[in-house]
Design a binder for this molecule. Structure first.
Ligand code: ATP
Ligand code: MG
Length: 718
């Protein structure tokens, strides 16, 4: 059998399914799009969900992908089993109401035995116990003897997530030979050891579960399959584990080279080598998809992975920075399949890893010291469990993820009061929430801003200006107040008066440039801070700007104007929803950017296609009517009497700003708007979905984004 490489196998798979009429799509980002149920993409099917549920129309009814996946649920297995990575690539072929079991099974067999050339005598299919249809296909059509087809129960071979589409699976296992077996009696297909390795899973989604265990046939039957590319490479290349296949082995060797350790000499060392090899793959891919280490969500997963890898680096005796160097090897090995790795490399990949690592090196020694002091204390007090508060302090101050502390303590026979840890964390969240009434940049802690003299304020002149001149009152770098900002430095500029709108009321802050006599600063975001201060956040493009200097502030007009189209359209949308659905519609949140708008509102069921059409038409009518947009400053009480819509539960001062579009819409609003609804041009709804009980979310486009949207659709269809 030919020993194809990982990059070759990926290509062979996609080309094989293209030859069977599939559209080969690029891997989707690891960050789920419009899917709150998932932190990170964990299967080929996950990003295609809207095609399965019928929410969106697929570009073709047969699709094939090689999808980047992260499974943090497997983190404990990493380095210990032969077949698990936190990062892996999943090959898949999908049918959205097109072909079904016969083709799916026949093609998977054809690919494995004919294209790749695996020995059919080492392959074993498994099926769901009651799926006689699949049994007959394997037995009669493919010719597998009955005794080689394994029937498994619901937990193994029935794919189901609560209510909705579900169905039986059929897996394909490869027998890697006795030497990989656990030797226990009864070790056969389905055993957790690494002898019979599951390579491929075919899911036949054919039923709908109404949530109470009643199954009915789906009208549109789907196929969803997944095969781990690395696992396929293990059997094709006939190697011990995914850490021995060509591309990953190259990376593993690099780990050995940097640490000066030899592979396959000592079990503990090998686990650390494999763990670093895996974790560096995950973190490189995550960073290249735009995830940054942080204390929450995806960013936290990333931070945990980087720190875990760095700690195992320590265990191997590597000092100094090494992860950034390794990520270069990941890029080298995988850029064929994922050109974005190479593209993003220069921008932030290595920087952000280095930053995480440098910080880590500084804090880990301190943290380890404190942890060993705590151990001594526990020992002298005869305690076996680390206090939750202490564990939290390690996490909060020294950046020790809980599972890292746990891992280190467990090695010495100690535990952690995890409930206490979570309670301390929740307490801190509460504190942060109440102190963070004002927005701060990207959720970062705004400590540097807290040091600014509270008497500093900013006047906003941007309702009718896109440019203004003013004097710099305060400058800060990312960490401290500064006298000047130099080329390349990131920071925030405060001035006496500004035309830049700061993120507020759902409208995103302006971007643009600030010019001084000797330098240019690029404003990436504008934020409003306590006490009416406007911070222009960005980076010095050239030269320098100093405190007290006179500067010219120029808003990026195109972005602002597009934002205004979206903002005015949001007002029309709200009124249209109330008109079509009823008075119960109430704003729950909104986001207005240069490229799109999002509106969350109270409504108790999905909108029907007719309702959506009515709303879209009504908004477009109001655009066609060319209604002037007028703003007035009014007494709050008077404004309320006039019927202007206010946000429920919001506290307003004595005076409010009211934005009206003829008789149609009248809203309390501090944002910026078009002068006439005609400027909006066009309005297009692109999605409507539930985000919480009784809350729906609409996403829509206006003006140039609508044209771009139709253009993209047209290209997809040709
Ligand atoms: P296992 O029981 O071995 O963990 P699984 O049942 O979790 O596998 P599926 O969810 O069916 O696997 O995923 C489809 C395919 O993706 C598997 O057949 C396997 O080839 C691959 N796969 C799943 N998890 C991993 C992982 N952590 N690392 C590498 N490949 C994986
Ligand atoms: Mg699994």
């Amino acid at each position: 059998m030919e020993k194809y490489g990982v990059n070759e196998l990926r290509k062979m798979f996609l080309e094989f399914f293209e030859s069977k009429g599939h559209l080969a799509m690029k891997s989707f980002s690891l960050i789920p799009h419009n899917d709150k149920s998932l932190l990170l993409i964990n299967s080929g099917m996950a990003p295609l969900k809207p095609y399965f549920t019928g929410q969106e129309i697929p570009p073709r009814r047969r699709v094939t992908t090689c999808q980047k996946c992260i499974r943090t649920g497997d983190i404990e297995n990493i380095g210990k089993t032969a077949r698990h990575g936190t990062f892996f690539e999943m090959l898949g072929n999908f049918s959205f109401g097109d072909y079904f079991k016969h083709e799916a099974i026949a093609w998977s067999w054809e690919f494995l035995t004919q294209v790749v050339g695996l020995d059919p005598n080492r392959l074993y299919p498994s099926i769901y116990q009651d799926d006689d249809e699949a049994f007959d296909i394997w037995n009669k059509e493919i010719g597998i003897p009955a005794g080689r087809i394994f029937r498994f129960g619901k937990e193994d071979n029935f794919w189901e997530h609560g209510s909705g589409p579900c169905g039986p699976c059929s897996e394909i296992y490869y027998d890697r030979g006795e030497k990989y077996g656990c030797g226990k009696p009864g070790c056969t297909v389905g055993c957790e050891c690494d002898r019979y390795m599951e390579v491929w899973n075919n899911v036949f989604s054919q039923f709908n579960n109404d949530g109470e265990g009643h199954y009915t046939d789906l009208i549109q039957k789907n196929i969803d399959t997944g095969m781990g590319l690395e696992r396929l490479a293990v059997v094709v290349q006939d190697v011990d584990s995914i850490f021995d296949v060509d591309t990953i082995q190259a990376l593993r060797n690099k780990v050995c080279e940097i640490s000066g350790k030899e592979y396959d000499k000592d079990h503990e060392t090998d686990v650390s080598i494999r763990l670093i090899t895996d974790h560096i793959r995950s973190s490189t891919f995550m960073i290249s998809d735009g995830i940054m280490p942080s204390n929450e969500g995806r960013g936290y997963v990333l931070r945990r992975i980087i720190r875990r890898a760095a700690r195992h680096g320590r265990l191997l005796g590597i000092d100094g920075l090494f992860l950034a160097r390794l990520s270069a090897s990941v890029i080298e090995g995988s850029k064929d399949g994922y050109p974005e790795l190479e593209e993003k490399k220069r921008f932030h990949l290595q920087r952000s890893e280095q930053r995480g690592e440098t910080q880590f090196n500084k804090t880990i020694d301190q943290g380890l010291r404190i942890l060993s002091e705590l151990e001594e204390k526990m020992q002298s007090e005869g305690k076996k469990v680390l206090d939750g508060q202490d564990a939290f302090k390690l996490y909060d101050t020294y950046g020790f993820p809980l599972d890292l502390t746990k891992e280190i303590l467990e090695e010495k026979g100690y535990g952690i009061d995890e409930d206490g840890f979570h309670a301390a964390m929740e307490e801190q969240r509460e504190r942060a929430r109440s102190s963070r009434e004002v927005t701060n940049y990207m959720g970062a802690d705004a400590t540097v801003y807290d040091e600014i003299d509270p008497s500093v304020t900013t006047e906003f002149t941007g309702y009718d200006h896109m440019e203004d001149t003013s004097k710099v009152t305060v400058l800060t770098t990312e960490t401290e107040i500064a006298e000047s900002l130099m080329e390349g430095q990131k920071g925030t500029i405060f001035v006496e008066k500004t035309p830049f709108y700061a993120t507020m009321g759902g409208q995103e802050g302006d971007c643009g440039i600030i010019k001084g006599a000797n330098g240019v600063f690029e404003v990436e975001d504008t934020i409003k801070l306590r006490g009416g201060k406007y911070g222009h956040v960005g980076v010095m493009k050239s030269g320098m700007i100093s405190n007290g200097e006179k500067v010219t502030l120029q808003v990026n007009e195109e972005a602002r104007k597009n934002t205004e189209k979206n903002h005015s359209a949001t007002h029309l949308l709200q009124k249209a929803l109330k008109t079509v659905l009823g008075a119960h519609v109430e704003q729950k949140g909104s986001l207005v950017t240069p490229t799109r708008l999002r509106f969350d509102f109270v409504h108790f069921q999905a909108m029907t296609p007719e309702e959506l059409e009515k709303v879209e038409n009504l908004v477009n009518e109001k655009i066609q009517e060319q209604i002037p947009v007028v703003t007035d400053i009014m007494d709050t009480e008077e404004a309320k009497k006039s019927g202007a819509m206010a946000l429920f539960g919001e506290k307003y001062g004595e005076k409010v700003r009211v934005v009206s579009m003829g008789e149609f819409s009248k809203e309390f609003c501090g944002g910026t708007h078009v002068k006439n609804t005609a400027e909006i041009g066009l309005f297009k709804l692109v999605s409507e979905a539930g985000i919480a009980a009784g809350v729906r979310r609409i996403e829509a486009l206006t003006g140039p984004s609508v044209t771009a949207y139709y253009k993209a659709q047209e290209e997809k269809n040709t």
